[in-house]
Design a protein around this ligand. Structure first.
Ligand code: ATP
Ligand code: MG
Length: 573
């Protein structure tokens, strides 16, 4: 492509709306533009990268035996009513109506739809296992669309679904997809970790997330260096040991704690450790008040709470003052488990039941209670684990201490079981002629989010540094002075030769200052660079890589060998 003809509106200034490097650089490099919040127009350079990521997904899915479909983004309400997700999916679902008032959604995901497609057409165990996928545009009306391609309201996903005769078959299909995802993200050159994920509203018990490591990632993961344990902060099991002590239960005591509302303030006021307090939090869960009590030195994990209550995360929110007052009789900051209104469910983290003589809110403004003990002073529903993991926690697998890191969830795999096949009546006949529900898995790769993740991992102050496999073009040839015939003719000769050999090449033949050309070439991040300048008459050009500061002057005839070397190094077949 000759750059004099190319649609490539690069920007010198960092757009004010963009906070993280990938968002800034994809806009500045003229790869995309915003239409409205969370919705983007992909420009030619950006779309080329997206298509390369799609193609890598496609190749690895095909190699894993999956078959490509393309389903509609529009899905009728009835499908989602059958699974119960029309109600439960929450406000992220983008609902639309047609001229006859029939309701649809713009698909946020396609479990129901794919299940309905194969239902009645796949009838026998002999046709299983079946694995099918698509690469398609998804719609989710995200609460906080942000960071450009990272969290859009419209985005491209590769989604796949497996159908098996039983759980054992599902486990095999799951492993096949896990391996395919390893290949995809390795080919995309992402540094990533596979971590246990929460299954939440999706259904099923087992899920893993493929997380590209990045300090701007929205996901927090806990992992162990001594064993292979790794999980999202939502999922990570918390090992919290309460010292078994032989302390006698002391007499409960009311203490005057004027204006002491937070655990920090209490810590100072009473000069006691935070771990000697019980922290009570009041939530509205699907419209009903719930109080949860956990050790004072910990944070509550809202995903674990929502899962225990069997509700979606969007149905859970911290209660406001008026609710707190109604169920405790006190202002915020003085909630405790003793003498709560029966209107609220009281959930007790199991560790609280082992702690002796704790301090809790007194359910009376400006008062706390000391020496409170579970069983004697209050009772509630004991929940095994409501705690959010912390750096330094004990690894649930090997007892070493956990580390925390940030990452971007680029892929997610789920063992779903029969949630969707049961609810949609998708059955097959087994070996004995008995009807059974398909045992399903579902598997997603965020295609556009992966593009953002690659930019996060591959950039510097001057722009993007695309890995060769996903670069919009492989080589950029810069003609320093387009008034110079020798430079033009050598530049065009190299351009034609390399293009003929199948490389994707840009020729910067624009009538621009060389400084502008160099800035643009850094910004758009083309991996291999050839500069045709003063020595063109002697058939000498400058050769360099975007990823390195080294520059060498070489005979123009050797360019093709060096380019080939880069392709071999990058593992192209
Ligand atoms: P998140 O926790 O980030 O909201 P999710 O668990 O909702 O992600 P899935 O439903 O598993 O995501 O979707 C599969 C993949 O699609 C994700 O792993 C992610 O890469 C991508 N994805 C999900 N939501 C978005 C979004 N709003 N914008 C871009 N990509 C997304
Ligand atoms: Mg989401």
């Amino acid at each position: 492509m000759k750059m004099s003809k190319m649609y490539m509106p690069t920007l010198r200034e960092v757009p004010a709306e963009a906070e993280i490097p990938s968002h800034q650089l994809l806009l500045r490099a003229g790869m995309m533009r915003k239409l409205v919040s969370g919705v983007y127009t992909y420009l030619p350079l950006g779309y080329k990268v997206i298509r390369k990521v799609e193609q890598i997904c496609r190749e690895e899915m095909d190699a894993a035996g999956s078959q490509e479909f393309l389903l509609s983004a529009l899905q009728p309400k009835e499908l989602w009513e059958a699974s119960g997700r029309w109600e439960n999916f929450g406000p992220e679902m983008w609902k639309v109506i047609d001229r006859n008032e029939r309701e649809f959604c713009l698909g946020p995901t396609h479990e129901e739809y794919f299940t309905s497609v194969i239902k009645d057409e796949i009838k026998s165990y002999k046709q299983l296992p079946l694995n099918i996928y698509q690469i398609q545009t998804k719609y989710r009306d995200e609460k906080r669309p942000r960071f450009g391609l990272m969290r859009g309201r419209e985005f491209i996903m590769k989604d796949a679904y497996s159908f098996d005769v039983d759980e054992e078959g599902l486990k095999k299909s799951y492993q096949v997809m896990w391996d395919a995802y390893d290949k995809i993200f390795t080919r995309l050159k992402l540094r990533y970790k596979v971590v246990q994920g929460d299954t939440g509203a999706m259904g099923g018990k087992v899920s893993h997330e493929f997380t590209a490591m990045s300090e701007v990632g929205e996901g927090l993961i806990a992992y162990c260096d001594h064993c292979d344990y790794a999980a999202t902060d939502e999922k990570a099991e918390v090992v919290y040991r309460v010292e078994e002590n032989s302390l006698e239960m002391l007499e409960m005591e009311k203490v005057h704690t004027p204006d002491v509302k937070t655990i920090e303030e209490l810590n100072e006021f009473l000069s006691m450790e935070k771990s000697e307090f019980g922290k009570a939090l009041v939530y509205m869960a699907a419209g009903k008040p719930v109080v949860a009590i956990i050790p004072g030195d910990r944070e509550l994990n809202e995903v674990k709470l929502a899962n225990y209550l069997g509700i979606g995360g969007h149905e859970l929110e911290l209660a406001d003052e008026s609710v707190i007052k109604d169920i405790t009789g006190a202002n915020k900051g003085f909630t405790g488990p003793v003498g709560l209104s029966k209107k609220a469910r009281l959930l007790v983290d199991s560790r609280i039941t082992k702690m002796k003589n704790i301090v809790v809110g007194g359910n009376e403004t400006d008062y706390h209670l000391k020496n409170v003990n579970y069983g004697r002073d209050f009772n509630g529903e004991i929940v095994d684990d409501l705690l959010l993991v912390m750096e330094g926690d004990i690894c649930p697998k090997c007892d070493a201490s956990l580390k925390m890191d940030r990452g971007i969830e680029v892929g997610n795999i789920f063992q779903l079981g029969t949630k969707y096949s049961d609810s949609l009546g998708a059955k097959f006949l087994d070996e004995n002629g008995k009807e059974k529900s398909f045992v399903m898995g579902s598997y997603g790769v965020g295609v556009t989010r992966s593009v953002a993740a690659i930019v996060e991992q591959y950039h510097d102050d001057n722009g993007i540094i695309w890995p060769l496999v996903v670069a919009p073009y492989h080589v950029i040839i810069t003609i320093v002075n387009i008034k110079n015939e020798e430079q033009i003719s050598l530049g065009e000769k190299l351009y034609n030769e390399l293009t003929k050999q199948g490389y994707e090449v840009l020729l910067d033949d624009r009538n621009e200052r060389v400084g502008v050309k160099f800035k643009d070439r850094d910004l758009i991040g083309i991996p291999i660079r050839v500069t045709v300048g003063k020595l063109a008459g002697e058939n000498i050009v400058e050769y360099s890589l975007r990823s390195s500061d080294d520059k060498t002057e070489i005979n123009a005839d050797t360019v093709k060998d060096l380019v080939l070397d880069e392709f071999v190094k990058a593992g192209f077949k």
